[in-house]
Design a protein around this ligand. Structure first.
Ligand code: ADP
Ligand code: MG
Length: 345
C-alpha cells in the first residue's frame, strides 16, 4: 500500500532539527512534500546558519523513506534560502477552501429549529433566481432535511465523473442530505464524518457555474455549523428568527457563532412576524411582533425584513412549490423579492 502524505509527514517529523530539537515538520522546514506513484520528494528549507549541521540529513531521510512499504523512490533536497517568516505547517490542510465555480455562498442559520429556516432558504433561493441569477440550494440540515419536500424533488442524484449532479427543481439546482438518507430514517453519522459529508456536498457536487449558493444550515451552533464556516469561505450569513424572546435568545447564540468564525452577517429575518388570517385578512401578532428588528439593531446587524405567518406559505411548502412560485403575486412573494433585491444590490 502506498503511504499517504500524512504518513510521510509523520515519518519526517520523527527527524529532529539539530538546533531546536523539534520535528522537521513541526519546525516548518519540510517543504514541498509530494508523493506520486510511490515516488516521494521533499525539500528541507533551512536557515543558512543551520545548513552545515544538517548536511547528512537528506541521505538519512531518504533511507528512512525508502524503508517505508510502498515507497519506490525518495529524493530529499536541502536548501538554505529560507525567509525569516516560517511557512505554515504542511499538515494543516483545514484552511478555508472555496467551492469551485460558485461565486457566492449565503448560509441561512437559526438558533433553533422550526422557525422557518428552510422555508426562507427555499423561497429566497427562488427569489434570487427570479433576479436572473444562477442559483443553487444546499440543504445541509442533517437533523431535518426538508428541502426535497418543499421543492417537490424526490429522486436520487446520480454521479458523473466523481461528482454528484444536483437535482433541478423550479429553475434552480438542489442538493440535500435528505437525498442521501434512507426515507424515514434518521442520519446516524456523527462528528467528523458528518462534517465531512457536508464538505462533500459542497465540493463533490457539480454546482458550477453558480452566481449564488444558498445553504440551509442545521439549527443551532454545533460542530457541523462551526466546521462548515471554518472550512468553506461563507460570503455571508442570514439569521432567521421568530419574534418570540426564546427564539431571539437562540438567535443571539447563532449570531455569536458567526462572529466568532469570522463569517460576515448579512442580517436578520423575522419570520412568522404577524399572522394574516386567510379568511378575513385580520392581522394578529401571534408570536409578538417587532422583536427581530429591535434585536437586529441591538446586535448591530441589518434587519432584512419581516415575513407574515400565513396559511398559503405553509401550504405552498407542503405542496412542493414554494410560495414565491405558487403565488408569485402574493405579499409573501413580494417580501422575498425585496429581501433578494437587498442581498444583490
Ligand atoms: N411564515 C410562515 N407562515 C406559515 N407557515 C410557515 C411559515 N414559515 C414556516 N412555516 C411552516 O412552519 C414549519 C417549519 O418551517 P421550516 O421552514 O421547516 O423551519 P426550520 O427549517 O427552521 O425547521 C413548516 O411546516 C413551514 O411550512
Ligand atoms: Mg429546516
Amino acid at each position: 500500500m502506498t503511504p499517504t502524505r500524512d504518513d510521510i509527514l509523520a515519518r519526517l517529523d520523527r527527524f529532529t532539527h539539530p538546533r531546536t530539537g523539534k520535528g522537521l515538520v513541526t519546525e516548518g522546514v519540510a517543504r514541498a512534500v509530494s508523493i506520486d506513484a510511490g515516488k516521494v520528494q521533499v525539500v528541507l528549507d533551512v536557515d543558512a546558519t543551520d545548513a552545515a549541521a544538517m548536511q547528512d540529513l537528506p541521505a538519512r531521510i531518504e533511507a528512512a523513506l525508502l524503508a517505508m512499504s510502498g515507497v519506490v523512490a525518495a529524493s530529499v533536497l536541502l536548501t538554505a534560502e529560507r525567509s525569516t517568516t516560517p511557512p505554515p505547517d504542511p499538515r494543516r490542510k483545514d484552511g478555508p477552501q472555496k467551492v469551485a465555480g460558485v461565486a457566492r455562498i449565503i448560509a441561512v442559520g437559526s438558533g433553533k429549529g422550526g422557525v422557518g429556516k428552510s422555508t426562507v432558504s427555499a423561497n429566497l433561493a427562488l427569489a434570487l433566481a427570479d433576479q436572473g441569477l444562477k442559483v443553487g440550494l444546499l440543504d445541509a440540515d442533517i437533523y431535518g432535511p426538508s428541502v426535497p419536500m418543499m421543492m417537490g424533488s424526490t429522486g436520487r442524484p446520480i454521479g458523473r465523473e466523481n461528482k454528484l449532479i444536483p437535482i433541478a427543481a423550479h429553475g434552480i439546482k438542489v442538493m440535500s442530505v435528505g437525498f442521501l438518507m434512507e426515507p424515514g430514517k434518521a442520519l446516524v453519522w456523527r462528528g467528523p464524518i458528518l462534517a465531512n459529508a457536508i464538505q462533500q456536498l459542497l465540493h463533490d457536487v457539480d454546482w458550477a457555474p453558480l452566481d449564488v449558493l444558498v445553504v440551509d444550515l442545521p439549527p443551532g451552533t454545533g460542530d457541523v455549523q462551526i466546521t462548515l464556516t471554518q472550512k468553506t469561505p461563507i460570503d455571508g450569513a442570514i439569521i432567521v428568527t421568530t419574534p418570540q424572546d426564546v427564539a431571539l435568545l437562540d438567535a443571539r447564540r447563532a449570531i455569536d457563532m458567526f462572529h466568532q468564525t469570522g463569517t460576515p452577517l448579512l442580517g436578520l429575518i423575522e419570520n412568522m412576524s404577524t399572522h394574516i388570517c386567510a379568511g378575513c385578512g385580520l392581522e394578529d401578532n401571534v408570536f409578538g411582533h417587532g422583536g427581530g428588528e429591535a434585536e437586529a439593531e441591538a446586535q448591530g446587524i441589518a434587519f432584512l425584513g419581516a415575513l407574515p405567518l400565513t396559511r398559503q406559505m405553509r401550504e405552498a411548502s407542503d405542496s412542493g412549490t414554494p410560495v414565491v412560485r405558487l403565488y408569485p403575486d402574493s405579499t409573501e412573494a413580494e417580501r422575498f423579492a425585496e429581501i433578494a433585491a437587498r442581498l444583490t444590490r
